[in-house]
Design a protein around this ligand. Structure first.
Ligand code: SF4
Ligand SMILES: [Zn+2]
Length: 369
């Protein structure tokens, strides 16, 4: 990867900017990051070595553009055209632009932009729900060939499924905040975006935990190095079809604690079998019901990214469906939340049998009521 910073300095405009790393780094060396200046690297894509070849080549990988500022900053309006000229010239490179000012994009593009340039990726930052609902509709509406989303620093729970469902977002990255005053990032927020990505078949990257990471209600303080390491180790990133979630280490819950938790849930404990369904089970016999359950689990739940996930289990029609809702075995999100089985992986035999056992235990309990 290469970095091209045509100018340096920025202005804070968004909750995600509060602890901006450009400001932090500049302050540590006594510089004022709010002064925006062109850098000596302004024309980096055009720079050549002594042999007369471009310094930046395709082998350098993606060119991350404007990482110590914002490409669409007002202060840079008169310099940007020159950048577009260089980008147009270097179609052999891949440019990657991350911005919090996607709302300025339309007024900042060159006249020959057309439907977008194939070698430019535009990535909108969304740190909370409010910014997501403001920026993503704009991002989706613009003529851009490659759109990505970064939730970093992630500051709250974010739902973006309706935007992901358009099929126009190529990748989502999530991560916490680093630095001394870092705000906490809750693993549940990361999990939720990941599930939405999996349901929509969008690649997802968990980049870093941030300095203050909350998991299962416990707060962890991590030094910089560990923030990226831990995220990597969790193997929580997801690329459709790569079986990456296979590597996640997790433990199925202990059966007794699981049923205790289910009893405490207002929603789950509301489900019960009707007399008709009890008669049905008595007539068929529990072994037949077990086979039905095996069949539902295998056909509706076990794929890496099941079709219609979240809506695949009807509310009536078979006692097993009721059992699935009552025990949170209804969809992959519930299986992850309640049973720790990660989304984004095919269910193996052990997991499928575990689910069937839970369902049968609940059904037998109901029939004895
Ligand atoms: S837009 Fe980015 S670079 Fe600019 S102040 Fe905010 S976080 Fe910093
Ligand atoms: Zn569910």
């Amino acid at each position: 990867m290469a970095i091209w910073n045509p100018w340096h300095g920025c202005h804070k405009i968004s909750p995600g900017c509060v602890n901006c790393y450009v400001y932090r780094r500049d302050e540590s060396i006594g510089k004022d990051a709010s002064i925006v200046k062109k850098t000596g690297d302004y024309n980096l894509p055009m720079k050549k070595n002594r042999q007369g070849d471009y310094k930046l080549t395709a082998e350098d990988g993606v060119v991350f553009t404007c990482m110590t500022s914002d490409f669409f900053l007002e202060d840079a309006d008169e310099w940007r055209q020159g950048c577009w000229d260089m980008i147009r010239e270097r179609r052999d490179l891949q440019f990657y632009i991350i911005t919090k000012r996607i709302d300025r994009f339309a007024q900042c593009i060159p006249t020959d932009w057309g439907n977008g340039w194939d070698h430019v990726t535009i990535c909108a930052t969304c740190e909370n729900q409010e910014r997501t609902d403001y920026r993503l509709p704009i991002l989706l509406d613009l003529p851009i060939r490659h759109r990505e989303v970064i939730c970093e620093p992630m500051l709250g729970e974010i739902n973006m499924e309706k935007y992901l469902g358009t099929g126009l977002i190529a990748h989502v990255t999530c991560g916490g905040e680093s630095g001394n005053n870092a705000r906490p990032c809750d693993f549940r927020w990361i999990q939720e975006v990941r599930r939405e990505c999996i349901r929509c078949g969008v690649p997802f990257t968990f980049k870093q935990t941030g300095a203050v990471f909350v998991k299962d209600g416990k707060v962890y303080h991590l030094e910089r190095k560990l923030q990226i390491q831990q995220a990597k180790k969790s193997a929580y990133s997801y690329i459709p079809g790569m079986g990456m979630a296979e590597k996640i280490v997790y433990k199925l819950p202990e059966r007794r604690t699981l049923f205790e938790r289910l009893r405490k849930s207002d929603f789950r404990s509301r489900f019960h079998l009707s007399d008709k369904e009890k008669v049905y089970i008595a007539e068929k016999g529990i072994e037949t019901i077990r086979r039905h359950a095996q069949d539902f689990v295998s056909k509706r739940l076990s794929a890496e990214n099941p079709e219609n996930d979240g809506k695949q289990t009807p509310m009536k029609g078979h006692p097993v469906f009721i059992a699935q809702h009552a025990t949170a075995c209804c969809c992959r999100s519930c299986l992850e939340k309640w049973h720790h089985i990660p989304t984004g992986k095919a269910l193996n035999q052990e997991e499928q049998s575990y689910i069937v056992d839970v369902l049968i235990e609940w059904l037998t309990g109901e029939c004895g009521r």
